[in-house]
Design a protein around this ligand. Structure first.
Ligand SMILES: *Cc1c(COP(=O)(O)O)cnc(C)c1O
Length: 362
């Protein structure tokens, strides 16, 4: 029933005019579009996990507090005892939960622009105003504009990915500190890429009463388990926990995460391999006279010759390599492709396909 009148009565116009989150079909492709870890676990570990899954109580509701993963996560991430944790079905769910506290408050959400799209998408979904905080030409915090915007809009929450997606850089520590000290908003430092950088802001959640830290296991090989965490003063976490859906981390995910945390050496060596590959891929792209931005994440921004990004993106796709075209998404991202750093063979497939498109002599 394509024009069911009951739908229009319930679903507001802005939803009917909108579109669902788009994920391109990547069947059979070299998948370098979503910052996933390309590596699977050794077969012995997968068999051991299968046995654990076979034993788990799918007939029961999961542990609402996922107690089994708390200690191991705290140890792995060096989270001090004085900070508490809240888990989400991916950090997306945590972002949604945080923004939901602003419904009817009249206060807004702020995030850098360009940045992770879910901040804006979820603010819009909850009808919470969103203000973009521009980056300067070095893609760093444009401090004067940020301070003016924050003074003028008095937001409730400021999300700051560190390093930022899609620009890949870590913002100036001094400027971020100035922002935190100048605002009464909650500043959520989003360390989704913590495995690929030496930057670590967990102690800022101790130092500043208006800072919490968000992390995820999505970029270290567990994207499919959908597990994110918020780390902060119990005064914050206790309140947010009241808004969390009761059984938001399912049994299978808890088993997988617990198992993975017993093998953090595997996660760490895979992330280390990606960091190594980031160097190799950067050099290989630069050797082709392409501009590559410095990155502390598991992706690279590569600038295509002026006006060619969309065509190269399409050409790569035809050759079975899926990346993300950011040209047109923001003036700072003109001519930019975002390429996930994967396994060496995936980089080689990308480079071969690029040589085809841009001319092997480059
Ligand atoms: C990938 C990413 C996330 C992860 O979201 P999940 O829902 O945990 O998969 C969060 N923040 C940023 C900036 C990201 O790039």
């Amino acid at each position: 029933m394509s024009n069911n009148p009951y739908v229009a009565r319930l679903i507001p116009q802005w939803v009917r005019d909108g579109a669902a989150y788009q994920v391109p079909d990547a069947t059979g492709m070299v998948k370098l579009d979503a910052m996933e870890n390309p590596y699977v676990w050794p077969i012995e570990l997968r068999e051991e996990l299968a046995a654990r899954v076979a034993d788990c109580a799918l007939n029961r509701y999961p542990d609402p507090h996922a107690l089994a993963v708390r200690g191991p996560l705290r140890r792995w991430m060096n989270i001090p005892e004085s900070l508490e944790m809240l888990f989400g079905n991916g950090s997306d769910e945590i972002i949604a939960l945080l923004i939901s506290t602003l419904i009817d408050s009249g206060r807004s959400v702020c995030a850098p622009d360009p940045s992770f799209v879910m901040f804006r998408v979820l603010a819009n979904q909850y009808r919470v105003p969103f203000h973009a905080l521009p980056l300067d030409s070095e893609r760093d915090i444009d401090l004067d504009v940020w301070l003016q915007t924050l003074a003028a809009t008095d937001p409730g929450i400021i999300f700051v990915p560190q390093p930022n997606n899609p620009t890949g850089n870590v913002f100036s520590k001094a400027r971020l500190a100035r922002v935190i000290e100048a605002t009464e908003a909650l500043v959520v430092i989003d360390e989704a890429y913590t495995a690929f950088t030496d930057a670590d802001y967990v102690d800022w959640a101790l130092r500043y009463p208006n800072v919490v830290i968000m992390r995820t296991l999505s970029k270290v090989g567990l994207a499919g388990s959908r597990f994110g965490l918020l780390i902060g003063d119990p005064a914050w976490i206790d309140q947010f926990d009241k808004l969390r859906l009761p059984y938001n981390i399912n049994v299978l995910s808890q088993v997988a995460v617990q198992f993975a945390l017993e093998h953090v050496d595997v996660l760490e060596s895979q992330s280390a391999a990606i960091r190594e590959e980031r160097i190799r891929l950067t050099e290989a792209l630069k050797a082709r006279k392409l501009v590559v931005w410095p990155s502390e994440a598991n992706f690279l921004i590569v600038l295509m010759p002026d006006g060619h990004a969309q065509a190269v993106f399409e050409g790569l796709k035809e050759q079975g390599v899926l990346v993300k075209c950011l040209d047109g998404s923001h003036p700072l991202m003109a001519n930019a492709l975002r390429v996930t750093v994967g396994a060496p063979a995936e980089s080689d497939a990308l480079l071969t396909a690029m040589d085809q498109l841009l001319g092997g002599g480059r």
